[in-house]
Ligand binder design. Structure first.
Ligand code: HDE
Length: 704
């Protein structure tokens, strides 16, 4: 485990563990580092002074011959590249994927099939709608894109944290994005779906109903990138050594469980710490709490109908419940390295659904087919030309000999005179590879039909799986969905759009529709519930068993007179589980008592409840009723997180109006092993869900 680093300290200059970015053998130059320790121009000329322009006398005009000034300003003027048209806001990390061999029976792709094979990866998580500088915690779908640098070429699995998509045909993608992005006249709201055009689109294009209800669920506001599931969404075709094929759906399962923020936490974080998810990922990796996911596949027979139990596998608005087709684990992903340079790696990484390796093929899903064009095309303007696979983060780890030539930002110095195949002048090199030599040979598949602009009739079912999703959840999760629809539609101005949304909800669930209508102050439409397949408990994210707590953060409210021995005991117990303890005190600096010294990491001015997964008040903490400390505790309580106190710290809880007998409130005379164990168990369950009725009652006065 690397030594713990304080969260806001300057990052050490690390070398990426995958070795991505190192260009040594080709050019002798490592693009991560610049050579020597002298300041130079981009051309390597040493310069004496970078703070003063060259002038005709100290008060005179600046001279055109100042090449250093012009180069410095010229380069700065062009530092920005276009942000991604969607998924502009994101954070990335390096890691390793290790196959367990189980996929060997369905694919020849070594990255998945070869037991124990370690493949370097770069993963980028993102929101969809916001601009590059927008807040992390907005309600939105999250991207989960993985670049596998396999020995057979680069494979990108460009997925989301929601297993279905808004639309069924890529031709509608510009439309849904135009509707979701800020209104063109005022360019507001930023990074939000709570506005008229979004709801106009999703209620007119009702194929979006299933994805929308996932967005309104807790999945739309993840606690952390580390606690999100990931999904390939589309069905892919795997091919084994005998050219037998199977249809599969990919799933990433986080080892830490699936957990979300509360809506109030998400809103506070958007203002208090817009970098909430980015910081969480970086700090977890920096502190050695490496995020892990298992990769699983659902496997379906590759029949001519391409359906499973009546579910159309080519329809990206449908899932196959895990109860019908279990997720089989085929390997594990560990993220163990932060980027060295955000722009070079996270910003310049270019994912593409068409980056496939032998053994993994596309299907006819019309959304996937469109993506296979879009991801290649978009890089031309974003990364400035066709040579983006030569940018260090995009460089394959497999040998490349591709006959493409020239173009903007060509890095290679090609040798030979015959960039075509076959040739007789460069000794025939490069040669094509057949199946036996590992060539990407598509499995022949039969295609026939009339040329039409149409979707299959199975794509007409827009509601049944949305209804199934809602019915599958716990009542707490269902209430969050009711609250989310009520908030989002309550932010719309057009009555017609709200009413149309209610007619959609009337098809999903009567109580959902009624509660949202009441919240909006609109008449409740007649229920028209659709039939749906059996509920899928696997879709619930509130589970009765605790998850590991690595990377979780406990705040301890303390002050000059606090029990530092107790803090040390608690810290030791938490660190043994990979969790962190941060001291919160009225002022910055150090707290010292006897041999113990505690560094104050958050003050009452700089800390806020959303930074902590639990807050505990130390014996001897100040009792002066500072409202900032009390607000921190009240928010923590309201957000159902563990709160606690030891010794006379309970007086501070009382001042905050917190009932020591309430669920998830831990108190003790000392910071004992028992208190620590209780805290660890509470963190593992993420929230004290039993406290829900208490908090709900305090939010809505009984007379309303
Ligand atoms: Fe994307 N999407 N997308 N998308 N998408 C992009 O590619 C597009 C879709 C996803 O971290 C763009 O390089 C079309 C589904 C992620 O760099 C662009 C359609 C899923 C990322 C694009 C979809 C995704 C993108 C923008 C409809 C989940 C971020 C910049 C057919 C399975 C990747 C870029 C990163 C990014 C197009 C739908 C996931 C414009 C046309 C479905 C995670 O090419």
């Amino acid at each position: 485990m690397p030594p713990a680093r304080k969260p806001d300290q300057k990052a050490p200059r690390t070398v990426s563990p995958t070795g991505v970015g190192y260009d040594g053998p080709k050019t002798g130059r490592d693009p991560r580092e610049q050579g020597g320790d002298k300041l130079t121009t981009p051309n390597g000329v040493r310069i004496p002074d970078s703070d003063h322009s060259l002038k005709a006398g100290p008060r005179g005009p600046v001279l055109l011959e100042d090449f250093h000034l012009r180069e410095k300003i010229m380069h700065f003027d062009h530092e920005r590249i276009p942000e991604r048209v969607v998924h502009a806001r994101g954070a990335g990390a390096h890691g390793v994927f290790t196959a367990n061999g189980a996929a060997g029976k369905v694919t020849r792709a070594a990255v998945l099939a070869e037991k124990g094979l370690e493949t370097p990866v770069f993963v980028r998580f993102s929101t969809v709608l916001g601009s590059r500088g927008s807040a992390d915690t907005v309600r939105d779908t999250r991207g989960f894109a993985t670049k596998f640098y396999t020995k057979e070429g680069t494979w990108d699995l460009v997925g989301n944290n929601i297993p279905v998509f808004f639309i069924q045909d890529a031709i509608k993608f510009p439309d849904i994005i135009h509707a979701g992005k800020p209104h063109p006249d005022r360019e507001i709201p930023q990074a939000q779906s709570a506005h008229d055009t979004f709801w106009d689109f999703v209620t007119l294009h009702t194929e979006a109903t299933h994805h929308t209800i996932w967005n309104m669920s807790d999945r739309g506001i993840p606690r952390s990138y580390r606690t999100m599931e990931g999904f390939g969404v589309h069905t892919f075709r795997l091919v084994d050594d005998n050219r037998e094929t199977a249809l599969v759906k990919f799933h990433w399962k986080p080892r830490l469980g699936v957990h979300s923020l509360t809506w109030e936490e998400a809103q506070i974080a958007a203002g208090f710490d817009p970098d909430f998810h980015r910081r969480d990922l970086y700090d977890a990796i920096e502190n050695g709490a490496f995020p892990e996911w298992d990769l699983g596949i659902q496997v379906f027979p590759d029949t001519p109908e391409e359906t499973f139990e009546g579910i159309d596998l080519l329809d990206p608005t449908k899932i196959v419940p895990e109860e019908l087709a279990p997720v089989q684990i085929i390997g594990t992903l560990v993220l163990n390295g932060n980027p060295t340079n955000f722009f070079a790696e996270t910003e310049q990484v270019a994912y593409h659904t068409g980056h496939l390796v032998p053994g993994i093929e596309s299907t006819n899903d019309p959304l996937l087919q469109g993506r296979n064009f879009s991801y290649l095309d978009t890089q031309l303007t974003r990364l400035g030309g066709p040579n983006f696979t030569q940018i260090p983060i995009n460089r394959p780890h497999a040998p490349v000999n591709d006959n493409t030539r020239d173009g903007f930002y060509q890095q290679a110095v090609h040798t030979g005179v015959a960039p075509y195949t076959p040739n007789s002048v460069d000794d025939g090199v490069p040669f094509p590879s057949d199946w036996a030599e590992g060539g990407y040979v598509n499995v022949p598949r039969h295609v026939e039909g009339d040329v039409v602009r149409a979707a299959p009739s199975s794509f007409d079912d827009h509601y049944s799986q949305a209804a199934m999703f809602y019915a599958s959840l716990t009542s707490i999760e269902q209430q969050h969905i009711i609250d989310a629809y009520t908030f989002e539609l309550g932010k719309c101005y057009e009555q017609g759009i709200k009413e149309r949304a209610l007619t959609v909800l009337a098809k999903l669930d009567e109580n959902l529709c009624t509660q949202v209508a009441l919240g909006l102050g609109l008449p409740v439409p007649a229920p028209e519930p659709v039939d749906h397949i059996a509920e899928s408990p696997a879709l619930r994210q509130i589970k009765p068993t605790p998850f590991p707590i690595a990377g979780r953060i406990v705040g301890v409210v303390a002050g000059p007179g606090a029990d530092l021995d107790g803090i040390a005991t608690l810290r030791k117990a938490l660190e043994a589980e990979g969790a962190l303890l941060r001291v919160i005190a009225p002022n910055g600096g150090q707290l010292a008592k006897g041999k113990n010294v505690e560094i104050v990491e958050r003050t009452f001015a700089t800390g806020r409840s959303i930074e902590f997964d639990a807050i505990v008040v130390a014996d001897g903490a100040p009792k002066d009723g500072d409202f900032r400390a009390l607000v921190m505790l009240q928010e923590t309580f309201r957000h159902l997180k563990a709160v606690g106190a030891w010794g006379d710290g309970v007086e501070v809880l009382a001042a905050a109006g917190i009932d020591p007998e309430a669920p998830g409130v831990l108190t003790g005379k000392k910071a004992s092993a028992k208190l620590a164990a209780g805290l660890i168990a509470a963190l593992g369950l993420h929230r004290a869900w039993d406290r829900t009725p208490l908090v709900a009652a305090s939010l809505v006065p009984p007379s309303v």
